[in-house]
Write a protein that binds this ligand. Sequence first.
Ligand code: IMP
Ligand code: MG
Length: 178
Amino acid sequence: MKTVTYQNKTFTLFLEEAKIQAKIAEIAQKINQDYAGKSPLVVPILNGSFLFAADLVRHLTVDPEIHFVSISSYGDALSSSGKVNIFHDLQVEIQGRDIILVEDIVDTGLTCQHYMEHLRKSAPASVRLTTLLFKPETFKGNYQPDYIGFEIPPEFVIGYGMDIAQQARELRDIYHLK
Ligand code: IMP
Ligand code: MG
């Protein structure tokens, strides 16, 4: 089994590039159906979602506007701190707009919940969330993601945008700690 080592931890291959890419095409197809005739604001949450967002938007036919935000809850720890910082917020008017937040992974869901509540104060028409990975067993939020790539067990994963201490984001496949 293919493995990689970071921070003295050995990760094993979990989701291969081809499987990830096929799933992203499926998610995009649903978004294209649901938002036909609309021009949603696609809002990737940096840093982890940059690859997912880049691959997702290249399948979209709905004329998205793409705006990045930077929020964080984790620091360099392996589990959610529950504390959320907004480092870079949206710089556009969102009143009446349809927003699709893009996350790499929803674990507790607290990061997204906090940011969705913040966005709703500006009266967007709608706010939905897509995430490539979802850990249902650790989820504690009020809003379930609307478009989910893969439901996974509560294991720490890296690669395809996701990091351990800011490393491993560039890996094409996703690895997990077993
Ligand atoms: P939540 O607030 O617990 O849902 O955490 C959301 C953020 O924590 C995600 O956007 C990731 O950046 C990070 N995160 C959660 N689980 C993992 C993981 O298994 N590997 C790497 N980052 C993770
Ligand atoms: Mg993230």
